[in-house]
Design a protein around this ligand. Sequence first.
Ligand code: ADP
Ligand code: ADP
Length: 227
Amino acid sequence: MATVKYDEATRLYPGNDKPSVDRLNIDIEDGEFLVLVGPSGSGKSTALRMLAGLEEVNGGKIWIGDRDVTNLSPKDRDVAMVFQNYALYPHMSVADNMGFALKIAGVDKAEIRKRVEEAAKILDLTPYLERKPKALSGGQRQRVAMGRAIVRSPQVFLMDEPLSNLDAKLRVQTRTQIASLQRRLGVTTVYVTHDQVEAMTMGDRVAVLKDGILQQVDSPRRMYDHP
Ligand code: ADP
Ligand code: ADP
């Protein structure tokens, strides 16, 4: 079961005088789409990176299911992350980009091919599998970056401002695609954005951060009712 639990999770960067994430408590349900929202500098990326294992936790714990992952390396936790700058390997085809992590992990070719084809179908990338990234649009590249994460069938899917490099129209389109993809896959997802509209339209629940401190966690509906 891929529940996620932030339990008093704290990150104090060396040299800073106050924590960037301060005793964060959130319980995320299996299959839930949780959006972390807040202004720039509020600690969203730090909180996400702590869950990914990319940032040290100085206090408290982080759990995935019944495993304490607080001190595990990124590769020992079953998470996949899509970044804002989704660098694809320019010399590799879309298919090879999507299958690369599996290849490194030693998964056999037939299995990789199967998973890449499935992901491509879900993401409307089938016609582009043999192309190089530079022959794709920004939205298509973003979907390849997501495909790269999906093929690993992670327990937890992490996204850090994945739409911020897209233009407004594409952002709205991709927002809908990501939300419906998440529901279809049913994978527990934590999504970081500073965009309130994104937060309110995509998440099952929205967690609001300010100065590293959690202000509120609730469904978008209840937030509208009780702002
Ligand atoms: P957000 O994602 O909400 O913009 P961040 O998690 O990036 O916020 O940053 C939260 C706070 O932590 C900010 O005040 C930022 O300056 C500080 N911070 C982030 N990374 C570092 C770092 N490597 N060293 C010191 N301070 C950092
Ligand atoms: P290698 O480059 O190691 O000889 P391949 O050419 O078979 O292996 O491609 C690397 C990986 O990307 C493969 O494991 C393969 O499954 C996947 N792949 C390549 N082309 C496609 C495709 N058209 N459809 C689905 N998966 C593909």
